[in-house]
Every structure is written in structure tokens, then in C-alpha cells.
Design a protein around this ligand. Structure first.
Ligand SMILES: Cc1cc2nc3c(=O)[nH]c(=O)nc-3n(C[C@H](O)[C@H](O)[C@H](O)COP(=O)(O)OP(=O)(O)OC[C@H]3O[C@@H](n4cnc5c(N)ncnc54)[C@H](O)[C@@H]3O)c2cc1C
Length: 437
């Protein structure tokens, strides 16, 4: 790859992939790095990582991602990232009412944890309700039929706060940030013809200005399809719900140190945040998509308002989860409800590669598939390893650019991914206000 250490590099998107990459590039000596982010602050409200916390669990059905997460957890324990990492453990169960698919998935995760020599010593079986209570005494609900395992190797990261921390570090190291609707929102990638074909010459921001660059990295999360339409249905903008319960100071204190508590068939919650007294919850399901009927491609809605609600079926599921675990909270109103959008791929693999036939001038870094935040401390190396690899190709075959599948209307692949239960629904079918494409 021909980009030199002094060439202008533009990153579109100040979310998890964009910030991690910006920091990694300056640490590697690239001296001319700029991040364009459409929100006017970081953490950006449009980032899938803009909330209190994300699970950091190392056991994957696929050893490749287990190994990566073990690397990421080491990095979470270094000084820049340690303030945001909490190794409280992962209580991973199914309820007594779980369908077989949920139990099978749980068992595959457990097998993965038990076969890895580094993780195995941290894993405790939870064969019955007493075992579950032993792992977390605060769970005083009926826990009917709950069983699974507890993994002390895992935990969670304060995601929004970690984005802000890396933003400050990258800025201090010399990365330029252009934020906000006028200066930071990128309307298009600008292509020019060359003797050998085409290349990306830079970007155009919403204020109409052109910004030249030798390399453009598109890390726009769920919105990547708007800037890189060539992706077609390779990436599906998809969302899951997030909701919170507001606790008293005493309730927050009583739940200090609880593990991430996850019932595969219902959803999960985290240790409450001591600053806000909010306990964050997510239901497990196939998620919601927002398909443009003309192209068959799902895009994230352009305004936040369209995502500011909790679908009825998800609310029911979360109340059921609370009734089983923390019944005193089961009827409390949910606050700060939203759908959180991510970039899904059919095999849950990320995409980190050059856009083909563009003279190595533009890279897509997306396809997080709803599981990339745990990689935040090392995600930037996915990009720099590729820049430094011989030839102009992503050395990790599974992260290479893939041809878009034909428009057969099956682009949502919700239920086809083993670790998610249920199929995806259209946002328009559940939305209180009709989503705009
Ligand atoms: C509900 C939910 C739960 C999740 N839970 C977990 C979890 O437990 N563990 C885990 O590891 N991961 C989890 N994830 C996934 C994780 O949040 C994402 O993998 C990660 O945030 C993806 O990073 P990204 O940089 O690709 O996208 P984002 O973080 O979404 O960032 C994209 C950025 O690009 C900006 N942008 C978009 N378009 C433009 C434009 N045209 N111009 C300028 N800027 C633009 C956006 O404003 C945004 O800031 C979860 C995701 C969701 C939705």
C-alpha cells in the first residue's frame, strides 16, 4: 500500500472503529490523520457504542474471535483502557422456558469457554437455581429453571466513557477532529478517473467543502451503506433495543459488582452505573431493520427521534427478565429507551478491506455485526496490520470485501445467525412514527 506516514488520511466516523483506528495510526507514526464525525461531540449519539456499557465476553463459538477477545482483554487492562473495564464476570444462563435453540447456543458458548486453557479456570457450572444464587446473591427472583455457567474471565466496558477517553488521547496525540452537522458530516466520497481506473480523491462534507486525502477510511457503522452503496446487501443496518431502569442510591449500592446477567432466551442487564443510577438492559431477539423497498438495502434512520422508543414485545421480555431476577424492579418505568443501530453481516464477520478497483484509496471498516465493542482497544490494529501487509489485500480472508448477495429479500439474516434468537422485523411495522429512509 502506497500511503506514506505524512499523507493525509481521513477517517469517516468517530465511533468504536474510527477512534480506535485514529489512535493506532498516530501511535504508528502517521502524522496527518483527521476524523470526520457528524455529531458535534464524542461519544456521538449515532454511535452504537454511545451508551453506558457493552459486554466483554471472550467465549465465542468461533475460536478466531475468542483469541482476538483474549488479546483485547489484555489491552483493556492497560492504563488508557483500564478505567473503563470491569471484570465482574458473565452469568450466562437459559431460563426454564427457553426454546431448544437458546439452550444449544448456550452450550456451544460454554464448550468454547471450557476448551480454552486461558478461560477454563474461570468457568463455574451453574446447574440449578442455588448455583445461580451462589454466583450472584442479589438475584432474589424465582429464577425458574435457570441453569448455565458463570465465567469470571469476562465482564463489561463503559462504552461511551471509553470512546471519550480515546478521543481525548487521540486529540492529544495530534489527530484532528471535525465534528458536527456542517463540518463533520460527510455527504459523499469523491471519486476521480485515473490512467488505470478510478480512485477516491477525498470527501465532501455537508457544507459543500471538498477535503482531499490519500486514503479515506469509512468507519460509519450502520450508516456505511449510504456512503458505500457498492456494499449492497452485504451489510444490513439492524437495531436492538436498549432500555434503563432508574434506581435509588441504595439500590445501586446493593447491586455493586453484580456480573453481567444474561438469560439467552430473554436478554441481559449490567451492574448499575454509579454516576447515573441507571441499570441498562437489552432484550435478546432478531432485531429490527429498515429496508428501502426499491433497493432491498436496510439503512439506519437519519434522525435519532425515529429510534427513541422501546417496542412492546421487547418491553414484555425485559419485564419478564426482571420478574425472574430482580422482581422489586419489574414494574418500574423504563427510561432512556432507544433502538441502537449496528452494521450486520450474514456471517457476523467484520469487513476491513479496500473497496475493489479504487487504487487502494478507500477502505471500509464496518460489518461489526453487533459484537465489536469488546475489540475497541485493538480494533485499530486490524486496519494498520492490513496497511502493513504485503500486497493490497486484507491478510485475514474472512474480513475481505465480499460480493453483495442478489436481492432475494433475505438480506436480514436475523434467525440465520446461531447466537441470536428470532427473525428480524421491519422498523415500519413496529414504529410509533414511520421511519424515513
Ligand atoms: C444494542 C446493542 C448492544 C451491543 N452490545 C454489544 C456488546 O455487548 N458487546 C460488544 O462487543 N459489542 C456490542 N455492540 C456492538 C458495538 O456497539 C459495535 O460493534 C460498535 O459500536 C461498532 O463500531 P463502529 O465504529 O463500526 O460503528 P459506530 O460505533 O456506530 O460508529 C459509527 C460512527 O460513524 C458516524 N457516521 C455515520 N455516518 C457518518 C457520516 N456520513 N459522516 C460522519 N460521520 C458519520 C456515526 O455518527 C457514528 O459515530 C452492541 C450494539 C448494539 C446496537
Amino acid at each position: 500500500m502506497g500511503v506514506s506516514k505524512t499523507d493525509q488520511i481521513i477517517i469517516v466516523g468517530g465511533g468504536a472503529f474510527g477512534l480506535s483506528t485514529a489512535l493506532q495510526l498516530v501511535q504508528k507514526g502517521y502524522s496527518n490523520v483527521a476524523v470526520y464525525e457528524k455529531d458535534d461531540h464524542i461519544p456521538p449519539r449515532f454511535s452504537a457504542a454511545n451508551d453506558l456499557n457493552k459486554i466483554v465476553r471472550a467465549e465465542y463459538e468461533d475460536q478466531f474471535y475468542t483469541d482476538l477477545t483474549i488479546r483485547a482483554i489484555k489491552a483493556w487492562k492497560t492504563p488508557l483502557f483500564a478505567p473503563y473495564f470491569h471484570q465482574v464476570g458473565f452469568l450466562h444462563c437459559v431460563s426454564g422456558a427457553a426454546p431448544q435453540q437458546a439452550t444449544d447456543t448456550l452450550n456451544r458458548f460454554r464448550a468454547s469457554a471450557e476448551r480454552d486453557a486461558q478461560i477454563k479456570p474461570h468457568v463455574v457450572p451453574l446447574d440449578n437455581i442455588e448455583d445461580v444464587r451462589q454466583a450472584c446473591w442479589q438475584l432474589d427472583g424465582p429464577l425458574s429453571g435457570w441453569n448455565g455457567y458463570f465465567n469470571r474471565f469476562d465482564g463489561y466496558a463503559h462504552s461511551g466513557a471509553a470512546l471519550a477517553g480515546v478521543y481525548r488521547a487521540a486529540q492529544a496525540a495530534g489527530v484532528r477532529f471535525l465534528l458536527g452537522e456542517k463540518n463533520g458530516a460527510v455527504d459523499e466520497l469523491v471519486y476521480v478517473s485515473t490512467a488505470t481506473g478510478k480512485k477516491c480523491a477525498g470527501i465532501r462534507t455537508r457544507n459543500g467543502r471538498f477535503h482531499p486525502a490519500s486514503l479515506v477510511i469509512v468507519a460509519a457503522g450502520a450508516a456505511v451503506g449510504r456512503l458505500v452503496p457498492q456494499l449492497g446487501q452485504t451489510v444490513v443496518a439492524k437495531s436492538w433495543s436498549v432500555a434503563h431502569v432508574r434506581l435509588t442510591d441504595e439500590e445501586t449500592s446493593a447491586l455493586r459488582g453484580i456480573p453481567v446477567t444474561y438469560a439467552r432466551d430473554l436478554g441481559f442487564f449490567f451492574e448499575p452505573d454509579p454516576k447515573t443510577n441507571l441499570l441498562k438492559m437489552c432484550p435478546m431477539g432478531g432485531g429490527y431493520i429498515n429496508t428501502d423497498t426499491k433497493t432491498g438495502v436496510s439503512h439506519s434512520p437519519s434522525t435519532l427521534k425515529e429510534s427513541a422508543f422501546l417496542p412492546e414485545e421487547d418491553e414484555k421480555q425485559l419485564r419478564q427478565l426482571l420478574r425472574q431476577t430482580l422482581p422489586s424492579l419489574a414494574d418500574r418505568p423504563f427510561v432512556e429507551k432507544s433502538l441502537c443501530w449496528f452494521a450486520d453481516t450474514n456471517d457476523s464477520d467484520f469487513i476491513v478491506d479496500y473497496i475493489p478497483n479504487m487504487s487502494d484509496s478507500v477502505i471500509v471498516m464496518s460489518g461489526d455485526s453487533g459484537h465489536a465493542f469488546k475489540m475497541f482497544p485493538i480494533a485499530g490494529t486490524f486496519l494498520t496490520d492490513m496497511l502493513e501487509a504485503p500486497g493490497s489485500q486484507q491478510p485475514i480472508a474472512r474480513w475481505r470485501w465480499k460480493q453483495s448477495p442478489s436481492n432475494d429479500g433475505k438480506g436480514d439474516w436475523g434467525g440465520d445467525v446461531s447466537w441470536r434468537l428470532g427473525s428480524s422485523k421491519e422498523l415500519s411495522s413496529i414504529s410509533p412514527t414511520k421511519a424515513k429512509l
